[in-house]
Design a protein around this ligand. Structure first.
Ligand code: ATP
Ligand code: MG
Length: 568
């Protein structure tokens, strides 16, 4: 894996380094990734997971995977399984520390009781609407709930009866007793527990009250001994509450808690032409805009895996993006660059003609067949070579010919020459059209003096085309992908309806495309470069099929992009 090598250098790394040097938590570093199992992970989650994991590695610390499964209504086992599979594939290793928030519901219940006993929590009978109303606004202080001064005994009794299932959903909540006049809305007696008569994917019907994220998350961090709790920027305003919970946990539950966890926020990853929110991704799935969470067009980890993107490319991308304090929008081009950079020396070359135009070589002796030798990976001799059959009838890419070309079109046009990769130069002598006037065939001649590697013609032939011998061609299917969204920031489009910007042409299927014979040996999971056309992947889910079907991972070029290569 490439994500272990370099020392991450970012403000969080530096902060942790200072903590370690000061001997905080005895120099121990322990991080976690806390996904909620209510959807599939996306590339933003990959960022959070890799950041936490790599920091633990860098400090010889520990990393936990913890499912934040406190909302039984939205959560499912399918998502737990997919998250585990996706993180393993990314190379994230939690060893034996796979936890669920629900594992410690008992301890959390006990902590809540102790908060009540300490006069720091109370059962409130206001409904959700009223609680909102009483909370006040950014400019106005809130009002205290009429239930705020219940006795400890009454609170303990009511809380227990909440747990026993005596009250319907929403009838009562447990709230922290902090400060209704606080400038921070999160500190105005936040809800800690709610009643929810729902079956939980792990605890079944054992509970009908469930802790809220703001209560559960800091407390679980303290239980697990998480020293540095990293989360995205939207939690900044929750930090005072995080500290309030942790301080109380350490004071009231000294035996159960293992450290005074601290929260630090980092920028969310946002990318152009994508939406990165589980809610929106779910909508794409349920509304049928894609075939599933793992559709190769999705920014989910499973979608990227099926597309053919490697974990190394994802890790490299995260490193280049870095860790910032404020949110930014990363250009998709940068990600594509990392994908190509990763595959350039890994993927063997093959010749495939995506949009075939037939070429007859009129002076080629009938039935003669030659084999040309091509290298599999240009910069890697150890990848060897292969023999590609050449004959008198071939396919070239339609775009490599123009009847009436502009200047500097170094490809084929009437009376001009082009080199066929590894073989000979051909000259276009005649253009055959159908009744509608479209070009259906080119009649060309070849010059034996232009044989590749042994060219005695003395002519400078600029253009080089890939080709496939018609007689030897193997037909394959190809899926070409474009971005799911046309706009750079789909979230800003369509009066808030991001689906307004959906690209109707995000998937194009090419059927029966001619490929050189070696394509038949492609194994499930192999990645290839189709010369001049991009990197392609044979998704194991598509193999074996009647016909090989390849996903294009990424085309070879973004014409408008120039990014400097790292270390090259
Ligand atoms: P979403 O907004 O996609 O629904 P979420 O925050 O609700 O994501 P969680 O399962 O709670 O999803 O996220 C787990 C962790 O991943 C959190 O710590 C969260 O901060 C982090 N995370 C989620 N999205 C991003 C992102 N785009 N960039 C970086 N980190 C992210
Ligand atoms: Mg969340």
């Amino acid at each position: 894996m490439s994500n272990e090598a370099e020392t991450p250098s970012n403000f969080i790394y530096n902060m942790i380094l200072e903590d370690v040097e000061r001997g905080e938590n005895d120099g121990r570093v322990h991080t976690r990734f806390p996904p909620e199992p209510n959807g599939y992970l996306h590339i933003g989650h990959a960022k959070a997971a890799l950041l936490n994991y790599n920091l633990a590695l860098a400090f010889d610390g520990k990393f936990n995977l913890r499912f934040d499964d406190t909302n039984p209504v939205a959560e499912e086992e399918e998502f737990v399984d997919s998250i585990i599979a996706d993180l393993s594939w990314l190379g994230v290793d939690w060893e034996d520390r796979l936890f669920f928030s629900s594992d410690s519901f008992d301890t959390k219940y006990e902590f809540a009781r102790r908060l009540i006993e300490a006069g720091r929590a109370y059962v409130c009978d206001l409904g959700p609407e009223e609680i909102r109303e009483y909370r006040g606004t950014l400019t106005e202080p809130g009002r205290e709930s009429p239930y705020r001064d219940r006795s400890v005994e009454e609170n303990l009794d009511l809380f227990e009866r909440m747990r026993e299932g005596e009250f319907p959903d929403g009838a009562r909540v447990l709230r922290a007793r902090i400060d209704m006049a606080s400038g921070n809305l999160n500190m105005r007696d936040p809800v800690l527990y709610r009643i929810l008569h729902a079956t939980h994917h792990r605890t079944g019907d054992a509970w009908c009250i469930y802790p809220m994220y703001d209560f559960d998350h800091p407390f679980t961090d303290a239980l697990e001994g998480i020293t540095h709790s990293l989360c995205s920027i939207e939690y900044s305003d929750h930090r005072p509450l995080y500290d309030w919970i942790v301080d109380n946990a350490v004071e009231l539950m000294p035996d159960a808690t293992r450290c005074r966890s601290r929260q630090t926020e980092f920028a969310r990853l946002n990318m152009t032409h994508m939406v990165l929110s589980k809610r929106k991704l779910r909508r794409l799935v349920t509304d049928g805009h894609v075939e599933g969470w793992d559709d190769p067009r999705m920014p989910t980890i499973s979608g990227m895996r099926r597309r053919g993107i490697t974990p190394e490319a994802i890790a490299d991308f995260q490193e280049r993006v870095g860790v910032a304090r404020s949110d930014s929008l990363v250009d998709l081009t940068m990600f594509k660059f990392c994908i190509r950079n990763d595959l350039e020396d890994k993927a063997e070359r093959r010749m495939v003609v995506l949009d075939p135009l037939k070429v007859s070589i009129t002076n080629w002796p009938e039935d003669r067949e030659e084999r040309v030798t091509l290298e599999n990976i240009p910069r890697d001799e150890s990848a060897g070579t292969r023999q590609v059959p050449f004959g008198g009838e071939i396919f070239i890419e339609r775009e490599d010919f123009m009847e009436d070309p502009p200047k500097k079109f170094h490809r084929l046009s009437p009376g001009e020459e082009i080199r066929l990769k590894g073989a000979y130069a051909i000259k276009c002598e005649e253009v055959i059209k159908d009744a509608e006037g479209s070009v259906v065939e080119l009649r060309c001649t070849y010059d034996p003096a232009t044989q590749s590697g042994n060219d005695t013609s003395g002519r400078k032939i600029r253009g080089v085309a890939h080709w496939v011998s018609a007689r030897h061609a193997v037909a394959i299917d190809v899926r070409l992908y474009d971005t799911l969204f046309l706009e750079e920031s789909p979230e800003d489009e369509g009066d808030g309806d991001f689906t307004a910007s959906i690209n109707p042409d995000s998937l194009e299927l090419l059927s029966g495309v001619p490929a050189e014979p070696a394509i038949a040996d492609t194994g499930a999971g192999d990645r290839l470069q189709f010369m001049r056309k991009g990197y392609f992947y044979l998704d194991p889910e598509d193999a074996p099929g009647n016909r090989l079907t390849f996903n294009r991972i990424v085309p070879l070029k973004d014409t408008w992009a120039k990014i400097k290569k790292k270390g090259k």
